[in-house]
Ligand binder design. Structure first.
Ligand code: AMP
Length: 214
């Protein structure tokens, strides 16, 4: 099962990803997480990516494609994967298709989670992420049991460095101009399903399971 999660920043991709990988037992591949890990470790890749991420811009295709396809060659991706945050441009999508075709594989489903623009800013500014395990919360929609502490591992919750009002505005604009064209690309391929991301996380997940099957 080769899956892609699409949708603007704040649509709930990360939250749904956590549920999908648990149910279908496939790895979660988030290019944003790969970059954040590299920034934390102070690698060269992290330094290069940070320049773009801090401004809410896209990291150049050549760099992202190399990282994503390299991750897809790992053993745990043999029986499928869930891509979250990749591809984000038509050129990335084409490169992914070529890479998969090279091993007789393809994208099976693209799940596009739609949320109106007005709601995205509130959601993102309320987002809190566990510093240790990466679990995501939302104030006030999905708060942790204890303020500032992760329910899963007891780690400290923080705000992502790029979850500021200014950066988010840019990320939403970038999504509209560079990522939205992907919807047509995958519509033509006949693999996309559009989901209403405002109906609550359990409902959205129910629809996803309806599409993917048990
Ligand atoms: P995310 O965690 O998916 O919201 O990504 C955070 C940031 O990482 C984005 O705003 C981009 O700067 C960068 N990034 C992540 N994935 C990609 C991608 N596929 N193409 C370009 N930039 C990306």
């Amino acid at each position: 099962m080769n899956l892609i999660l699409l949708g603007p920043p704040g649509a709930g991709k990360g939250t749904q990803a956590a549920k999908i990988i648990e149910k279908y037992d496939i790895p979660h591949i988030s290019t944003g997480d790969i970059f954040r890990d590299n920034i934390k470790e102070g690698t060269d890749l992290g330094k290069r990516a940070k320049e773009y991420m801090d401004k809410g811009e896209l990291v150049p295709d050549s760099l992202v494609i190399e990282i994503a396809t390299d991750r897809l060659t790992k053993d745990d991706c043999k029986n499928g994967f869930l891509l979250d945050g990749f591809p984000r441009t038509v050129d990335q999508a084409k490169a992914l298709d070529e890479f998969l075709a090279g091993r007789g594989d393809k994208v099976d489903h693209v799940l596009d989670i739609e949320v109106p623009k007005e709601e995205l800013m509130t959601r993102i500014l309320g987002r809190r992420v566990c510093r240790k395990c990466g679990a995501t919360y939302n104030i006030p929609n999905m708060p942790p049991k204890v303020d500032g502490i992760c329910d899963v591992c007891g780690g400290e919750l923080m705000q992502r460095a790029d979850d500021t009002r200014e950066t988010v505005e840019n990320r939403i604009e970038v999504y509209d101009s560079q990522t939205k064209p992907l919807l047509d690309y995958y519509k033509e391929a006949g693999v996309i399903s559009r989901l209403d991301g405002t109906t609550g996380l359990e409902n959205v997940f129910g629809v996803i399971v309806g599409i993917l099957g048990d």
